[in-house]
Design a protein around this ligand. Structure first.
Ligand code: ADP
Ligand code: MG
Length: 250
């Protein structure tokens, strides 16, 4: 579902991604772990083309991210085509970025109405379904300020789901939450994984990675240091760098 080949990205002279090769199969959950600054967020942002890459290829469900192929040549996608492609790649950030002046339901309906231009009735039904999937039926008409941090993050997940994405990217989705609210968000993510959603999850939640992840990737300095079965990598890391990181976070 997601294939990255030789992905490189620099900001100025600072090379942040130094050649990333990864594959996520349909329905699999790949978890990312690594120290701050190792390039995890940048990689996710490249997958949904919030950042352009300097070298390599990223494909989502067979389509090149950011380009179209015609007669063996590559052409940049137009802004409109990019918006459409991006809408198939759901992203959930550490900060929920909900519109404060819109209700939960309006937040979830916003993108399908304006990017997809679907009929309002259909958008409404889908938005209600998406809110039900994250356990927020009955909260449709509340504003973000009336919801807990965990509920707001679940609205953000519903907002991505309403676009019927092929893959969901999560960038430390529970890092900004009070500890007692982390579980409800992880439960929703676990449910999504069980329903067969393809997911890439940057997280420091070791237990989640062990239980839900199909593969764990440990990144440092813009490179994949080690990857494999989450239990194997976490309980019996092969690389000294991984061992040092896990010792420091234990
Ligand atoms: P992580 O998510 O693993 O903490 P990031 O991908 O956020 O790491 O950042 C990797 C490196 O890239 C950091 O050194 C960060 O300062 C740098 N970086 C990220 N985004 C930008 C940007 N827009 N401009 C310049 N440097 C950036
Ligand atoms: Mg990050």
């Amino acid at each position: 579902m997601v294939i990255a080949q030789g992905v490189r990205k620099s900001f100025g002279r600072h090379e942040v991604l130094k050649g990333i090769d990864l594959e996520v199969n349909n329905g699999e959950v790949m978890c990312f772990l690594g120290p701050s600054g190792s390039g995890k967020s940048t990689f996710l942002r490249c997958v949904n083309r919030l950042e352009t890459i300097d070298a390599g290829r990223i494909r989502v469900d067979g389509s090149l991210v950011g380009f179209k192929e015609r007669n063996g040549r590559l052409y940049d996608l137009t802004e409109k085509e990019l918006a459409r492609q991006r809408s198939q790649i759901g992203m959930v950030f550490q900060r929920f970025n909900l519109f404060a002046h819109m209700t939960a339901l309006e937040n979830v309906m916003e993108a399908p109405r304006h990017v997809r231009r679907q009929p309002k009735r259909e958008v409404l039904d889908r938005a209600q379904d998406a809110l039900a999937r994250v356990g927020l039926s009955g909260h449709e008409h509340k504003y973000p300020a009336q919801l807990s941090g965990g509920q707001q993050q679940r609205v953000a997940i519903a907002r991505a789901l309403a676009m019927d994405p092929k893959v969901m990217l999560f960038d430390e989705p529970t890092s900004a939450l009070d500890p007692e609210l982390v579980g409800e968000v992880l439960d929703v993510m676990r449910g999504l994984a069980d329903s067969g959603m393809t997911m890439i999850v940057v997280t420091h939640e070791i237990e989640f990675a062990k239980e839900v992840g199909d593969e764990l990737v440990f990144m440092d300095g813009g490179l994949v240091v080690e990857k494999g079965d989450p239990r194997q990598v976490l309980e019996n890391p092969q690389q000294e760098r991984t061992r040092r990181f896990l010792r420091a976070t234990a």
